[in-house]
Design a protein around this ligand. Structure first.
Ligand code: SAH
Ligand code: SF4
Ligand code: F3S
Length: 462
C-alpha cells in the first residue's frame, strides 16, 4: 500500500507555523508523506488561530469547505488543532456544524498527535482532547522544517501578560522557558545543516528565562547563540516593550549577528487606552525606550503592532496614536481593528465593542495612510546604500528576480542570472529603487557565504 499523505493548513503566527513543523515531523515518523494539496491528502490538519474574529472565520470557512471533500473521500481524516481548539465556543461549533471533523486537539498536547490519530481512527465519534493547561516543556520532538533558508526555534511558550484584549494567554497558557542547553543544541544542529538565519520565538521573548533556576534572560541566551559558528543572523520575535531591558539593547547594539530589526508592539499612543489595555507602559516611557534603542542601535529598523477601535478609544486617543507614529517613524507597522475575544476582560466591559465599525475603518485607513508614507520615505532613504542580503528564493511574481531579505527584514528584489544559483547565499547589493513594501537592488559583488548544503525546500505546510 502506498504511504498515506498529510496536508497541514496553518493560520496565525510563527508559533503556529513552528507547531505545524513539529506535527509534520511526527507524521513523517509515523510513515506519512507530505502532500502538496489538500485534495490528495489522507489526513488534513487545520492549525487554527484565535487572535481576531477574522482569523477564526477563515478557519471555520475552510473547515466548512472540507465537508464536501470528506463526502467524496470517507476515509479522509480531518483534525482541528491550534489556538481555536482551546476555546469552548469552537468545540461547541464543531460538534454542531462540522460533524466531518474526526479529531480536535489543542496547543498543549500536540506532542500526542500519533496516539490521538490512532484513537480517532478507531472511533466513530469526534475525538476531542484539549488540555486546559500546559504540562512540562516537551523536548526532542521530531520536526520537519518548512522554510529552506530561515529556521525558527522556540525559546518560551505561553504568555503571562494578560493584555485585556488578548486571547493568547488563554490559548497558550502560562510562560514556560526552555533551558539554554537544548536551545543551543538545536541552533548548533541547524547551523550545521546550513541554516544561517535563525529566529528565536515566543509570544514574549523578552520574558525568557525568568522561570528558570537560576533565572536567565534573553540577552544571556542571545550571547550564547551568537557564539555558534555558521549562524550569521540571529532574530527574535515577539518582544514586549515592557521588559525590553537596557542590557538587551546594549547586547543588540554591540552584536554583529543579532539583527538590528527591533519590533516593539505599541498597540496605542494614548495613556488611558494603554492603561486599559494593561500594557504597563505610557506613551512617554515607550518613546524613551525608542530613544534609547535609536541611541545604541542607530541603524535600527523599527516595526510595531497597533490596534484601532479599542473600547473607549476617542478621536483624541486615536490622534495620540498618529502622533506617536509620526514621532517614532516606524519602518513598518501591522495595524489591526479591535476584535472582542471570548474570555478576555475587554470583551466583558459594558458595551463590549462600542466603537462603531465605520469609525474603526476610518481610523485604520488614516493610520495606514500615514504609515505607508513613512515606510515609503524610510525605504527611499536607502537608495544608493549597500546592504548584505540573504537570497531566499525566486520571486513568486517574477521568475527573473531573486527575492532577498536584509538584516532589517526588508525584501529586496535583484535581477537573476539564471546560470548562478544564489539561494541561501549572502550577497552584497546596492539599493537602486524603493517602494512602500519592498526595495530593488543590484548585486555588487560575489556571495560572501559558501553555498549551503541543500535541504528540502518544497513543503506542504501552507
Ligand atoms: N505577543 C505579541 C502579540 C501577539 S498577537 C505582543 O504582545 O506584542 C499579535 C498582534 O495582534 C498584537 O500585537 C495585537 O496588535 C494584535 N491583537 C491581539 N489581540 C487582538 C484583538 N483582540 N483585536 C485586534 N488585534 C489584536
Ligand atoms: Fe497578547 Fe499581550 Fe501576551 Fe502579546 S503580551 S500575547 S498582546 S497578552
Ligand atoms: Fe493566533 Fe495563537 Fe498565534 S491565537 S496569533 S496562533 S498564539
Amino acid at each position: 500500500m502506498s504511504q498515506p499523505r498529510y496536508f497541514i493548513k496553518t493560520y496565525g503566527c510563527q508559533m503556529n507555523e513552528r507547531d505545524s513543523e513539529i506535527m509534520a515531523g511526527q507524521l513523517d515518523q509515523m510513515g506519512y508523506q507530505p502532500s502538496l494539496t489538500d485534495r490528495e491528502a489522507d489526513l488534513i490538519v487545520i492549525n487554527t488561530c484565535a487572535v481576531r474574529g477574522s482569523a477564526e472565520e477563515h478557519a471555520f470557512g475552510y473547515i466548512g469547505q472540507l465537508r464536501q471533500l470528506k463526502d467524496e473521500k470517507p476515509n479522509l481524516t480531518l483534525a482541528v488543532a491550534g489556538c481555536m481548539a482551546q476555546e469552548p465556543g469552537t468545540i461547541a461549533w464543531l460538534t454542531k456544524h462540522a460533524p466531518q471533523v474526526d479529531l480536535v486537539f489543542g496547543t498543549h498536547n500536540l506532542h500526542q498527535l500519533p496516539e490521538l490519530l490512532e484513537q480517532a481512527e478507531a472511533s466513530d465519534e469526534m475525538v476531542i482532547d484539549v488540555w486546559q493547561s500546559a504540562g512540562e516543556v516537551v523536548e526532542h520532538l521530531p520536526s520537519h522544517r518548512k522554510d529552506g533558508v530561515r529556521a525558527f526555534v522556540n525559546i518560551i511558550y505561553g504568555c503571562d501578560k494578560f493584555c485585556t484584549y488578548c486571547i493568547v494567554p488563554f490559548t497558550r497558557g502560562k510562560e514556560r522557558s526552555r533551558e539554554i542547553d537544548p536551545i543551543v543544541a538545536e541552533v548548533s544542529a541547524l547551523a550545521q545543516e546550513g541554516y544561517q538565519d535563525i529566529t528565536v520565538l515566543g509570544q514574549n521573548v523578552n520574558s525568557y528565562g525568568h522561570d528558570l533556576t537560576p533565572a536567565k534572560d534573553l540577552a544571556d541566551l542571545l550571547v550564547e547563540l551568537e557564539k555558534i559558528d555558521g549562524v550569521r543572523w540571529l532574530r527574535y520575535t515577539t518582544s514586549h516593550p515592557r521588559d525590553f531591558s537596557q542590557k538587551l539593547i546594549d547586547v543588540i547594539g554591540a552584536s554583529q549577528k543579532i539583527t538590528h530589526h527591533v519590533h516593539l508592539p505599541v498597540q496605542a499612543g494614548s495613556n488611558p487606552i494603554l492603561k486599559r489595555m494593561n500594557r504597563k507602559y505610557t506613551k512617554e516611557s515607550y518613546l524613551d525606550l525608542i530613544a534609547r534603542v535609536k541611541d545604541r542601535i542607530p541603524d535600527a529598523s523599527l516595526t510595531t503592532d497597533i490596534i484601532v477601535g479599542f473600547p473607549g478609544e476617542t478621536e483624541q486617543d486615536f490622534l495620540e496614536t498618529l502622533d506617536l507614529v509620526r514621532q517614532v517613524r516606524y519602518d513598518a507597522a501591522f495595524t489591526f481593528i479591535y476584535s472582542p475575544r471570548e474570555k478576555t476582560p475587554a470583551a466583558r466591559w459594558e458595551g463590549r465593542d462600542p466603537v462603531p465599525n465605520p469609525v474603526k475603518k476610518d481610523r485604520l485607513n488614516r493610520l495606514m495612510e500615514l504609515q505607508y508614507q513613512i515606510s515609503w520615505e524610510a525605504n527611499q532613504a536607502l537608495i544608493g546604500k549597500e546592504e548584505l542580503v540573504l537570497v531566499e528564493g525566486i520571486s513568486k511574481k517574477n521568475d527573473r528576480v531573486w527575492a532577498c531579505r536584509t538584516h532589517s527584514n526588508k525584501v529586496v528584489l535583484i535581477d537573476r542570472e539564471p546560470a548562478e544559483d544564489l539561494i541561501d547565499r549572502f550577497v552584497p547589493v546596492r539599493i537602486t529603487g524603493a517602494k512602500t513594501f519592498y526595495l530593488s537592488g543590484q548585486q555588487v559583488g560575489k556571495p560572501v557565504s559558501p553555498p549551503a548544503p541543500r535541504r528540502r525546500i518544497e513543503l506542504p505546510i501552507v
